[in-house]
Design a protein around this ligand. Structure first.
Ligand code: PHE
Length: 340
């Protein structure tokens, strides 16, 4: 027991003084491994007089535990010293404030799309998606725009194959057809998405832009439903009641068709945004044409509805006062950073 006690303090002092893992390993071998000091002490226990044996055994075991613990602590001390050494030689100072990495922001189109999706979702609309490469059938035929119809010239189309069976969709109305064929009426849905037109670009025209289609099919739907839905939309975007008016508009897939104007949210008596007229052309819309319902297997005697084609890019420009549509997809970070 006596030798165990003196040993404890000697070995601990040696461990504390050790400066490398190799030294610690040597101490470990000398004391704890087969043929080592502790094993020798334990082997000597049976040769002691009977009454001394249990205490001597305990002391030897205690020594073993203490050495192991001291070795563990010393190894940790050495490892963290190594790390400190490595950090300071690499110029690392843990006390410096963190460097902030630049933070991204949501594109204004994404911001508005999310807001409008929430708004329409709260009115029971589904938010749908559709392919950007569309069939001529979905983009035109089923929307009451047959092949030689002059209305095809209203939208200059990017064609994807020589036969003209596939196109880059010119409007989100193509998804109206998909929705009608896949869902049963009654239904309400919006479709935010990218559309493409082969046009010369300028501050208000872009070959790629965003629309948000809306479609409602139910029984006894009237123009009043359309107008009130549009007023909810405007209240959501501009945060207050905004007056609207309808003018006749022609689109083969609606009858009657309208252009919906909103009172200019920025002035009372005319400004550059409304071109001094106090009205802003907001969106085309109308009551879904019976031929369109029929072509998707919906009986126009039972069901009716309205559709609208919101120019999302235009609304984003109005809302954030952006003067050139080409900024939207131009990818200039200086533009995008303004929306964080
Ligand atoms: N799809 C038409 C366009 O892009 C807009 C529209 C949608 C008109 C729905 C009426 C109803 O020009």
């Amino acid at each position: 027991m006596e030798s165990a006690n003196t040993l404890t303090s000697t070995v601990k002092a040696r461990i504390e003084a050790a400066g490398s893992d190799t030294e610690l390993r040597a101490i470990e071998r000398e004391y704890l491994e087969k043929g080592g000091v502790v094993a020798g002490l334990l082997a000597a226990v049976p040769s002691l007089p009977g009454p001394e044996r249990p205490a001597a055994g305990r002391a030897a075991n205690q020594l073993k535990l203490e050495i192991a613990a001291a070795l563990g602590a010393a190894r940790e001390r050495l490892a963290s010293a190594d790390l400190d050494q490595e950090r300071s030689s690499a110029g690392f100072d843990a006390s410096l404030p963190a460097q902030h990495s630049p933070r991204g922001s949501l594109h204004p189109i994404v911001q508005l799309t999310r807001e409008l999706s929430d708004l329409f979702h709260s009115m029971g609309f589904l938010v749908l998606d559709g392919p950007e490469v569309e069939t001529d059938e979905h983009n035109f035929e089923a929307l009451n725009i047959p092949r030689d119809h002059p209305a095809r010239d209203m939208q200059d189309t990017f064609r994807c194959d020589p036969e003209g069976k596939l196109v880059l969709r010119t409007h989100t109305s193509a998804v109206q057809v998909r929705a009608m064929r896949q869902l049963k009426p009654p239904m309400r849905a919006i479709v935010p998405g990218k559309v493409f037109r082969q046009e010369t670009t300028d501050a208000s025209h872009e070959h790629t832009f965003h629309q948000m289609e809306g479609i409602v099919i139910d029984k006894d739907i009237t123009v009043a439903h359309l107008i009130s839905t549009m007023k909810v939309l405007l209240r959501g975007v501009f945060g207050r009641e905004i007056e609207v008016r309808l003018r006749p508009g022609y689109f083969p897939f609606v009858e009657p068709g309208f252009e919906l104007d909103a009172r200019c949210p920025f002035c009372k008596s005319g400004c550059s945004v409304c071109k001094q007229s106090t009205w802003i052309e907001l969106l085309p819309c109308g009551m879904i044409h019976p031929n369109v319902l029929r072509s998707s297997g919906i009986d126009p005697e039972t069901w009716g509805g309205f559709a609208f084609g919101l120019g999302l890019s235009r609304l984003v420009m109005l809302r954030f006062q952006i003067d050139d549509v080409r900024h939207l997809l131009g990818g200039d970070l200086r533009f995008l950073e303004q929306f964080s």
